[in-house]
Design a protein around this ligand. Structure first.
Ligand SMILES: Nc1ncnc2c1ncn2[C@@H]1O[C@H](COP(=O)(O)OP(=O)(O)OP(=O)(O)O)[C@@H](O)[C@H]1O
Ligand SMILES: [Mg+2]
Length: 631
């Protein structure tokens, strides 16, 4: 079986990566590859960088996060550049706890999980290799073996700075097992793994009364006290708390702000001083990145408490807002559905997009600029230009609010509604209207939506519905034309011939009879009227189009019907207006005649073959559009 082979292959690969030797031999490795001595923070940063970085519109995009996190490039850029990068350079932010703050189900846990899994993989590569004192429950950094008074000399020789003191347990082992000969201490390569509790840990507070600090720092092993004689013998201590286990890597602290203060103080001394107190021992050095997450309400109540001021100043808070781009939101839903057991369900085209439109509308804030409504803002954010504004304005819009995207509908709500629709509908196919209906019904039961929000949200549902109506109409009308692009192009070429003749005051030639013709005013007006161009404005519109064409020609660019936004709209509307009657009659006729029936079947198969519908959703779409056109 394939999977068995893979398991075997995996084991062999890991076998090959293994390394064990003496401390003296380890120093040789350092000489060749000094990066193996990097700190946990630096390893995280280099891991992120190893996936590639690119520039886009003045922003850096970190590819590592792009695999699972969509639409948060700016927040991620800030996270990397204000935390991971300087922390890797041993700057002061390293001494603070990283706190991701954002709305529910906005991707915080996903980011942390990615970091953990990324580290696991990275520790299996050459650049990300990690070595530790063999047999140490905390996988202690071998360089701690070098006594403090020799470290300056070591730095001069190698340029490597050593932080942290040898732990009590290893100090004792060096004495007892190696008779003080540190060069003989056994060193091994380790592979970070959350499952095996190597270099990756997760702490989640349970009942504050019963939870013991030992969960973080380990505890006395009473069964061995008799053997070693005393509680202060480090061999009688189990270094198996999350902080011990996460040494060299990363520890996630769930629900941090809900946990008891004593846990927080312990963490702060760890991040601040690089060590923590366990049992009756001297301070234990640890090198790990601590990352926690919280939502805005919890965070506000935490900082409003005076008592927490000192704690607060030792955290670095990074906002993780919701994604604000419709197309990225659609990707999020797709991903979540792929990860669920809904994959057998047919989801009609645009269903997720319409849900995304609704979600994004709930998250945006109204612009202070005149003439930009939420829908326009939504389009601009998604990369579309709208009347009077273009992508250059997006930056200004984003600057209007620093906390946009911290509220609104969350992706999990949408997915839950979609799955409840699926359960209720017996056929495994849902369309945009099903989704919208379900989103709407769910608002009544949503725990954190106020009545005021609810009214707004209902309004956004109807905006999303209107958007869908347009999309649905266009889709059907396109499917009615044998080749939509072709027809649009022909119509535009025809229009431009007449416009050119009109502006240059010459005549056209009939291609068949060579007869001279006046420019066809009726044809030109029938297109221009579609977008409300008045008789007075027609001349300047036509001239503007011609200017645009010659500008394109000068730059060597091809002018097609997509090149001029308003002309495109006019052509489209004209095509659809011509079609409207036939679509209307065909889709709503109760007793279709033979040719109508044939047309409907043709359209349905086009919807299925070219547009991603199945027969259920294609029929539903036709019926719906028919009803829209008859209103
Ligand atoms: N920007 C995003 N890109 C990709 N997936 C996202 C994004 N935002 C949310 N998700 C998806 O939504 C779901 C919930 O996300 P996650 O659990 O990471 O959120 P969270 O911020 O930790 O939420 P909570 O506050 O409830 O713990 C996950 O399936 C996640 O993949
Ligand atoms: Mg979470």
């Amino acid at each position: 079986m394939d999977i068995l082979n893979k398991i075997k292959h995996d084991r062999e690969e890991e076998e090959q990566l293994k390394w064990e030797g003496t401390f003296a031999e380890y120093l040789q490795i350092i000489k060749e590859r000094p990066q193996v001595t990097q700190t946990a923070h630096s390893r995280v940063y280099n891991m992120i960088k190893s996936y590639g970085v690119s520039e886009k519109a003045g922003h850096r995009i970190y590819h590592f996060f792009g695999e699972d996190i969509f639409g948060l490039e700016t927040a991620i850029e800030r996270l990397v550049e204000e935390y991971f990068h300087p922390a890797a350079k041993r700057l002061d932010v390293r001494k603070r706890i990283l706190l991701l703050m954002g709305p529910v189900s906005g991707g915080k846990s996903t980011i942390v999980t990615m970091l953990k899994e990324g580290l696991e993989r990275y520790s299996r590569t050459d650049e990300g290799a990690v070595y530790a004192i063999k047999g140490c429950p905390m996988h202690e950094d071998p360089l701690h073996l070098i006594p403090a008074h020799l470290r300056d000399a070591f730095f001069e020789q190698t340029g490597i700075r050593i932080e942290g003191n040898l732990s009590p347990l290893n100090r004792m082992r060096v004495e007892k097992e190696y008779e003080g000969r540190i060069e003989s201490v056994r060193i091994e390569r380790i592979f970070l793994s959350e499952d095996q509790r190597v270099g990756i840990g997760t702490f989640s507070p349970s009942d504050p009364k019963s939870q013991d600090i030992a969960d973080l720092t380990g505890s006395i092993d009473f069964s061995t006290i008799a053997e070693f004689g005393s509680e202060s013998d480090p061999r009688a201590y189990r270094f198996d708390g999350e902080l011990n286990k996460a040494n060299r890597g990363l520890m996630e602290f769930q629900e941090m702000l809900k946990s008891d203060e004593k846990f927080l103080w312990l963490l702060l001394s760890l991040t601040q001083e690089g060590n923590f107190k366990a049992g009756r021992f001297a301070l234990i050095s640890a090198d790990e990145l601590i990352v926690a997450h919280t939502n805005e309400a919890e965070y506000r109540s935490f900082i409003s408490n005076q008592k927490n001021e000192a704690l607060h100043s030792r955290m670095i808070v990074m906002p993780i807002p919701y994604n604000l781009r419709v197309s990225e939101e659609e990707r999020i839903y797709k991903k979540m559905i792929e990860e669920s057991d809904m994959t057998h369900v047919h989801i009609a085209p645009h269903a997720l997009r319409v849900a995304a439109i609704f979600s994004i509308l709930t998250r945006l804030k109204d612009s202070k600029k005149q003439g930009i409504d939420r829908l326009m803002k939504m389009r601009l954010y998604d990369g579309e230009d709208v009347e009077g504004y273009s992508q250059v304005n997006v930056k200004e819009l984003k600057h209007e609010y620093s906390d946009e995207g911290m509220k609104g509908i969350d992706p999990r709500y949408v997915i839950n509604r979609i799955s409840s629709t699926i359960i209720r509908k017996e056929v495994p196919a849902i369309n945009a209207l099903d989704v919208l209906r379900s989103l709407k019904d769910g608002l009544d039961h949503h725990p954190s939506i106020s009545n005021e929000d609810r009214d707004h949200y209902l309004n956004y549902i109807s905006i999303a519905r209107k958007e869908y109506d347009e999309i649905a109409k266009q889709e059907v009308q396109k499917a009615f034309v044998y080749s939509y692009e072709e027809s649009a192009k022909t119509l535009m070429d025809n229009y431009l011939d007449h416009v050119e003749a009109f502006c240059n005051d010459h005549k056209l030639k009939d291609p068949l009879t060579d007869e001279e013709l006046e420019p066809d005013e009726k044809l030109m007006r029938s297109i221009e009227e579609q977008i409300g161009i008045s008789e007075n404005a027609k001349k300047s519109f036509r001239e503007e189009v011609l200017i645009r064409i010659s500008a394109y020609a000068r730059k060597g660019k091809r002018f097609d019907y997509q090149s001029h936004e308003r002309l495109r709209e006019a052509i489209q509307k004209k095509l659809f207006a011509d079609l409207k009657d036939i679509v209307k009659i065909t889709t709503t006729s109760k007793t279709p005649d033979e040719s109508q029936l044939k047309k409907v079947n043709e359209v349905i198969s086009r919807l299925i073959d070219e547009y991603g519908y199945n027969s259920i959703s294609a029929n539903e779409l036709l019926r719906y559009v028919g009803s829209l056109l008859n209103r």
